[in-house]
Design a protein around this ligand. Structure first.
Ligand code: HEC
Length: 105
């Protein structure tokens, strides 16, 4: 599955080494609010009461599609969560979702 996915990404987005870039994107664009571990124990995370991405019920509630939508279009309920459409590629959004899944546990 992983190989297939990498092959698909390589074919369609021509984004080489995307998997290596995803943690860097998380660090530069997401970590300041969501934290390195996704627990949102950051200044903004606490202030905005951002949910803990490591929680099992959070992981179930947030399907890949829902995550993709909020990452691309931002949140209507909290403007701190901005739209990243045009700022990061589709392939990177998929990579970020996988990265967020890795917080589970
Ligand atoms: C300036 C702070 C900030 C940054 C930077 C930020 N977010 Fe968020 N994010 C938020 C807030 C606040 C919410 C909660 C939105 C709401 O309550 O509707 C949120 C919600 C989310 C959600 C929905 C889950 C939830 O618990 O509400 C996802 C998925 C998400 N962010 C992913 C990302 C990704 C990926 C990045 C980087 C590309 C990112 N965020 C960058 C503040 C931020």
């Amino acid at each position: 599955m992983k190989t297939l996915r990498i092959a698909l990404v390589a074919c369609c987005f021509a984004a080489s080494a995307w998997a290596d870039d995803v943690p860097a994107i998380w660090k530069s664009k997401c970590e300041s609010c969501h934290g390195a571990d996704g627990k949102a124990q950051t200044k903004t995370g606490k202030k905005e009461k951002i949910e803990d991405m490591t929680a099992a019920d959070w992981q179930t509630k947030w399907t890949d599609e829902k995550m993709k939508t909020i990452i691309l279009e931002g949140s209507k309920d909290n403007t701190k969560m901005k739209a990243f459409k045009g700022k990061i590629s589709d392939a990177d959004v998929d990579g970020l979702i996988k990265h967020i899944r890795s917080f589970k546990g």
